[in-house]
Design a protein around this ligand. Structure first.
Ligand code: F0G
Length: 481
């Protein structure tokens, strides 16, 4: 929640209190240099003990509530018919309005099943933007992902409150070009992860639904960050300013034929689910679930996480929970902009993002500016961020690098984990890095996995720039921090 101080300043305030903590340490610059070199300049390959503030992701890293933790104690571990599943089913019905639901071990497992069941080879799947695992699964099933975002969606500096909107005219053209029978479904990602956590509006979603249903094309919503998208609708779409987050989520869900989610985000657990009101879809999902995930009442999840997800679903539509990280991100982005750091605007739903092409204009895309930026942020601060640029794109079928539409360094803000002083520190070190940006050079792969290479690929720093940057840091701050 944002609160106004008596001097008029608005700050994000925590609507919870901290009752369990985890100690962190800030490894000194020499240690950070060793760690990033060992990790091949890939922040995924750092160990927790080498990290001060972990902004790699908001996935599975959120603070759970006391009620979530308590619920885990009474979970039912029955292989089949476990009571925990029925509590999840009830929560899905109450919060989202769906009668049927299958748990899965995490979001990408849902994407795998959707690809397997609903995508025929040669099909196309239009969407507002892809996510890495979505694209991998739908394309492995023989489909082709078509991104039909609006022309300004990729502008990193923008005042468009809904850059996650789908371009309806382009959607109509896709239907005409491919024919509805070759469109597996249309997918709307609630806050588009890879272009900066940008939401879509309710008006846009309703238009998508209207066009899709005219052609019998199912609408699938990726609800991993549904509460944040709903919160942005409340904040940014006039018609919904007095609606509750809960009511907005219900209205969003009413536009979908099927939804799926990674439970690692808005619901603050580790798991996932697919939900629908279509009995036919449910029967097919139920048939395939035991092959890949597990029996329908656990779907590869631990019963403890299922219990906590049922609670998390109810809690995520609470205004204070839905706004908890979004408001801190808004503060973060505002502070970056004030210091002249090229942050993505407007603030999005999962992270503060920096445009690496603007931050490091001297690094060509073939030398991975966003990857270099993520490594440089770690060196300058002990903060772990994530590359969301060309390293996150796999090579095409001819083996060529595919330049990403945008090169972003993503600093995720897990829900209820970090505070304003953490954010102030991050902004300060980003500012230092910005002033020393010419010391940062590109990266080159020396170990490159064939799929989702960003996870475990290793790279060298061209001209050994990590050492130069570390020396500059020591000269300004000493070798202790
Ligand atoms: N869809 C969206 C929008 C996501 O952000 C993610 C994961 C997934 C699907 C896949 O879910 O990880 O549970 O298998 N995003 C994580 C991230 C990995 O760091 O942004 P998963």
């Amino acid at each position: 929640m944002n609160i106004k101080l008596s001097n008029g300043r608005v700050i994000p305030i925590e609507m919870h209190k901290v009752r369990i903590v985890q100690k962190t340490t800030l490894p000194p610059i020499g240690e950070r240099l060793r760690a990033i070199e060992e990790g091949g300049y890939n922040t995924f390959l750092l160990r927790s003990r080498d990290i001060f503030i972990d902004m790699l992701t908001d996935s599975g890293t959120n603070a759970m509530s006391d009620n979530q933790l308590a619920s885990m104690m009474v979970s039912d571990d029955a292989y089949a018919g476990g009571e925990s599943y029925y509590k999840l089913l009830e929560a899905v019905k109450d919060v989202m309005g769906f009668d049927y639901c299958v748990p899965v071990h995490q979001g990408r497992a849902a994407e795998h099943l959707l690809g397997k069941i609903f995508v025929k080879p040669g099909d196309v799947i239009p969407m507002n933007y892809h996510f890495t695992t979505t694209k991998a699964h739908l394309e492995m099933a023989g489909g082709k992902v078509l991104e039909i975002y609006r022309d300004d969606a990729l502008d990193t500096v923008s005042s468009n409150p809904f850059k996650g909107n789908l371009d309806i005219e382009k959607f109509k053209q896709v239907i005409e070009k491919y024919g509805p029978e070759h469109i597996s479904f249309i997918r709307m990602e609630a806050t588009t992860n890879l272009i900066g956590g940008q939401p879509f509006s309710m008006a846009n979603l309703k238009e998508v639904k209207e066009v899709a249903s005219r052609h019998d094309i199912p609408v699938v919503i990726d609800c991993s960050l549904v509460s944040e998208n709903a919160y942005f609708i409340k904040r940014r779409e006039k018609e919904y300013e007095n609606a509750s987050v809960e009511a907005i989520v219900r209205e969003m869900m009413a536009q979908a034929d099927m939804i799926y989610l990674s439970g690692r985000k808005s619901t603050c657990v580790r798991g996932g689910l697919i939900a629908t009101n279509n009995p036919g879809y449910f029967e097919t999902l139920k048939a395939w679930l035991p092959v890949y995930e597990g029996f329908i009442t656990y779907g590869g999840m631990s019963s403890k996480e299922i219990e906590a997800m049922a609670v998390g679903l109810r809690e995520m539509v609470d205004y204070d929970a839905a706004s908890s990280s979004a408001d801190l991100i808004e503060y973060f982005v505002t502070k970056m902009v004030e210091r002249g750091i090229p942050a993505v605007t407007p603030p999005g739903g999962l992270a503060g993002h920096v445009d690496a092409i603007k931050f490091l204009p001297h690094i060509p895309q073939s030398e991975y500016p966003a990857g270099a930026m993520a490594a440089a942020i770690y060196l300058a601060s002990g903060v772990r961020s994530m590359e969301r640029g060309s390293i996150s794109m796999d090579r095409d079928s001819e083996g060529n690098d595919v330049p990403a539409d945008v090169e972003l360094a993503r600093m995720a803000v897990p829900r209820r984990v970090y505070t304003m002083s953490h954010i102030e520190y991050v902004v300060d070190r980003l500012d230092w890095l910005h002033q020393n940006r010419n010391l940062v050079k590109g990266l080159k792969f020396y170990h490159e996995p064939p799929v989702l290479r960003f996870f475990t690929g290793k790279l060298n720093a061209l001209e050994n720039w990590g050492r130069t940057l570390a020396d500059a840091f020591k000269a300004d701050f000493g070798s202790e921090c």
